[in-house]
Design a protein around this ligand. Structure first.
Ligand code: GRF
Length: 207
């Protein structure tokens, strides 16, 4: 069944664009209901407008604390009837207990490294500076900790030939654009049962 998605992004929005393209070309059975951003200057807003996707701007400075900010995001998700929250370059941790509670195991993030290696910002530079030969990408559920929720999917990327952190970013980003829509598509065919740290796909057809 078509999965109803909200995208949260703070910046460029290339993963958001890749998802839009996959939906439009029939490769991902999802409906993107809304883009929510904390950054009124995010290029992702232009991406949304070009695709006719509504944009909601939720800025930190308009709220007394992060909990209140996330309550507003939760209200928007409820209003739009969102089933799956897709973080795509969203630069804030989710702190709201209501948001994390009600949408537990329905908020996913993509991280440009093989977690638990190289969490946080500049993961590609961290991997390059470390001299890693293999890095990759991780798609995981979001919990209260940084880049730490149960892992849904990982893909290794050979970065041994990369000459700069920028090369690493490019190589991994290419794989991100292919992988994220595929995983989002999987939510239209089932769900992920989470037991402890483990997320296991359960197909609707096996019910
Ligand atoms: C991606 O590398 C993603 O893995 C990370 O932030 C970056 C977002 O890029 N979480 P974009 O905004 O999708 O182009």
């Amino acid at each position: 069944m078509t999965v109803k998605v909200a995208v949260l992004a703070s910046g460029r929005g290339s993963n958001f664009k890749a998802l839009i393209d996959a939906v439009e070309s029939g490769n991902c059975d999802a409906r993107i209901l809304v883009l929510i951003t904390n950054n009124p200057d995010a290029p992702a807003i232009t991406v949304a407008k070009q695709a006719g996707i509504p944009v909601e701007i939720v800025q930190r400075m308009d709220f007394p604390d992060r909990g209140a900010m996330d309550d507003r995001i939760k209200a928007l998700l409820d209003k739009h009837g969102v089933e799956l929250v897709v973080l795509a370059g969203y630069m804030l941790l989710i702190k709201g207990k209501n948001l994390l509670g009600v949408y537990r195991n329905r908020i996913i993030n993509i991280h440009p490294a093989l977690l638990p290696s190289f969490p946080g910002v500049d993961a590609q530079k961290q991997a390059f500076d470390y001299g890693a030969k293999i890095s990759g990408l991780t798609i995981h559920f979001v919990d209260e900790n940084l880049d730490a929720g149960p892992i849904i999917y990982q893909e290794a990327v050979d970065i041994s030939g990369c000459k700069s952190a920028g090369d690493v970013s490019k190589k991994i980003l290419d794989r991100e654009h292919a992988a994220y829509p595929k995983i989002i598509e999987s939510f239209s065919k089932g769900h992920y049962a989470v037991e402890g740290r483990r997320a296991r796909f359960v197909s609707n057809s096996k019910r």
